[in-house]
Design a binder for this molecule. Structure first.
Ligand code: DHB
Ligand code: FE
Length: 282
C-alpha cells in the first residue's frame, strides 16, 4: 500500500530530476583521454564485481530492470547524491583550509529570498517543530571578519520534506539567503529540521529494501556560504544525539559539522553558534 507520505517522497525524486534538467550549465571540459580513463575504470569495476561475485544471468537482468526503473522514477539525482557525491566533494575540497564542506544533495534552489541579518526564514504561521536560532560569524582563514558575507540556507521541515519538491508546502518555505552584518555576524531564526528519509517507494527504495539497508539521513541544515573574493563553500550541519549522525545513508557527516544546540534563555526553542571560515579565491 502506498501511503500519502510515500507518494510525497516519490514526487520529490521527480522534482529533483526536473530541477537538474532546468540547469543547463553542466558542461565538463573533459578530454577524450580522460573520458576513456574514467569510463573504462567504471566499466572495469563492474566487470570485476561480476567475475569475483559470480553474478548470474538472473542477477544481471534484475540489475538491468532496476537501472531502467531508476530513470523512469526520476531518481538518478537521488541515487548519485546519496551514493557518489560525497567522494566528488572530498576531491573538490581536498585543499581547503577553512570550514568543511559536504554534499549539496538534490534539493538546492538558487535565488531564494534575500534578507539582512537578523533574519527569519519564510515559514508557515503554524510551522511545526522546535524553533532554532542559528547564528555565527563568517571570517577568512586569518580570522578577519568578512562583512556582507551571504549565507544561503535550506532544509527539510519537521516531517522531513523540502519545499518546492514535496507538494503542499508554500514556495520558499524554510529557504532563504541571509546577508551578514559589517562584522560578518549573522542570526537566522528557523525551525529544527527532522531526519530525512530518502524516497522508499521508488527504485532507490527498492534497492535499500532488497539489500536490507536503511533509508535515513540525519536531520540537517543545508548551507552555501560566500563572500566577495572568497571561495563559496557548500556544506551541511547536523545535530548531536541524532541516531543517524553515525550512520548516514549519504556518507556526508563529518565530525566538524555536528552542532550541539542549547535551550534558549528566553525559553523559545534552541540556539546554536557555528562560525564559517572561507578560503581565498585562487
Ligand atoms: C538526498 C536528499 C537530501 O536531503 C540530501 O541532503 C542528500 C541526498 C537524496 O534524496 O538523494
Ligand atoms: Fe538534505
Amino acid at each position: 500500500m502506498t501511503t500519502e507520505t510515500q507518494a510525497t517522497a516519490a514526487a520529490s525524486g521527480a522534482g529533483a530530476t526536473a530541477r537538474f534538467r532546468e540547469n543547463k550549465q553542466f558542461t565538463a571540459n573533459t578530454s577524450q583521454e580522460r573520458v576513456s580513463t574514467i569510463a573504462g575504470r567504471v566499466i572495469k569495476a563492474i566487470n570485476d564485481t561480476v567475475l569475483e561475485e559470480h553474478v548470474s544471468y538472473d542477477e544481471y537482468n534484475a540489475l538491468k530492470a532496476w537501472l531502467i526503473k531508476v530513470g523512469e522514477d526520476g531518481e538518478w539525482p537521488l541515487f548519485l547524491d546519496v551514493w557518489v557525491e560525497h567522494s566528488v566533494e572530498e576531491v573538490a575540497n581536498a585543499n581547503r583550509h577553512g570550514s568543511k564542506g559536504t554534499i549539496e544533495g538534490p534539493y538546492y534552489l538558487p535565488n531564494s529570498p534575500e534578507q539582512n541579518s537578523p533574519a527569519t526564514l519564510p515559514m508557515r504561521d503554524d510551522e511545526p517543530g522546535t524553533p532554532l536560532l542559528f547564528q555565527g560569524q563568517v571570517t577568512n582563514v586569518a580570522g578577519q571578519a568578512l562583512p556582507g558575507a551571504k549565507i544561503e540556507i535550506w532544509h527539510a521541515d519537521d516531517l522531513g520534506f523540502y519545499s518546492q519538491f514535496a507538494p503542499g508546502i508554500p514556495e520558499w518555505n524554510l529557504r532563504g539567503a541571509v546577508v551578514a552584518d559589517q562584522d560578518g555576524n549573522f542570526q537566522v531564526h528557523t525551525m529544527q529540521p527532522a531526519p530525512y528519509q530518502i524516497p522508499t517507494d521508488g527504485a532507490c527504495g527498492q534497492l535499500i529494501a532488497a539489500a536490507g539497508w536503511h533509508a535515513w539521513r540525519p536531520a540537517h541544515l543545508h548551507l552555501k556560504v560566500s563572500a566577495p573574493e572568497h571561495q563559496l563553500i557548500t556544506t551541511q550541519l547536523y545535530f548531536e544525539g541524532d541516531e543517524h549522525v553515525a550512520d548516514d545513508i549519504a556518507s556526508a557527516v563529518k565530525p566538524e559539522l555536528v552542532l550541539a544546540p542549547t535551550d534558549r534563555a528566553d525559553g523559545i526553542g534552541r540556539e546554536v553558534t557555528y562560525n564559517f571560515v572561507l578560503d581565498p579565491q585562487d
